[in-house]
Design a protein around this ligand. Structure first.
Ligand SMILES: [Zn+2]
Length: 228
């Protein structure tokens, strides 16, 4: 269980973020407006979702879904969809309750949820950008995930300034468990994912250039190293 206070105090991200997080064209399943834990929902909204929307300049709908009803997306997942399902929003993010509850059962798992949300908001940001087409037309498919990782860590850097207890090195350790040890697959290798977040972190350090569109361009430059 989580509270707003915990978001400000917990210092560890011990959970492994699953590597199945993905962007999808459309999610048409049932969307739940609450997780069943109102305290958590309020904290997530005020401390993560609203700052993410502001920082990335996007306005997706956000809700939860039950993975058991949509196993085509895996048994623990979060999705960013181009389909608008909530009035006055654009695009939709759904967080699976299995995934959510798995992380909330782990000390510090709330930071994992924050990182997942940042990755999914990055996909929503990508949907409106030319860089998405450039990646899809010129680079291996996993580069869209590495680009989302870059943008996610850009946000995490900013979040960590608001929450100084955030243990960035621990997040990095956990991110190293993402992806495949050797194969690029759909989400890149572990080493590629860690390099992507390190690059996003470095970019966000420079306050003078802290702008999500500039970050997106820098992220594109970063993933262009994987051009074949
Ligand atoms: Zn993704």
């Amino acid at each position: 269980m989580i509270s707003e206070v915990k978001f400000q105090r917990v210092a560890f991200l011990r959970a492994t973020i699953p590597n199945t997080l993905q962007g999808v064209r459309s999610f048409q399943g049932e969307i739940l407006s609450g997780s069943g834990n109102t305290t958590f929902d309020v904290a997530l909204g005020s401390q993560v979702l609203v700052p993410l929307a502001r920082e990335f300049g996007v306005n997706p709908g956000f809700g939860y879904y039950e993975e058991a009803h949509h196993l085509e997306y895996g048994d623990e997942n979060a999705l960013a969809s181009t389909l608008t399902r909530v009035a006055d929003t654009r695009g939709t993010i759904v967080l699976g309750l299995n995934l959510l509850n798995k992380f909330l059962a782990i000390p510090g798992g709330d930071f994992a949820v924050m990182a997942i949300c940042a990755h999914e908001f990055a996909h929503i940001k990508q949907y409106g950008l030319d860089v998405k087409h450039a990646i899809e037309n010129g680079l291996p498919p996993y580069c869209i995930e590495l680009h989302a990782d870059f943008l996610a860590e850009y946000f995490i850097r900013i979040f960590s300034e608001r929450v100084p207890q955030t243990r960035l090195q621990v997040i990095g350790e956990q991110w190293s468990k993402l992806g495949h040890p050797t194969k690029t697959g759909s989400h890149g290798t572990s080493a590629q994912r860690v390099k992507a977040i390190e690059a996003g972190f470095e970019f966000a350090k420079r306050a003078s250039s802290r702008n999500v569109d500039a970050a997106s361009s820098a992220g594109y430059q970063h993933v262009s190293q994987y051009q074949v």
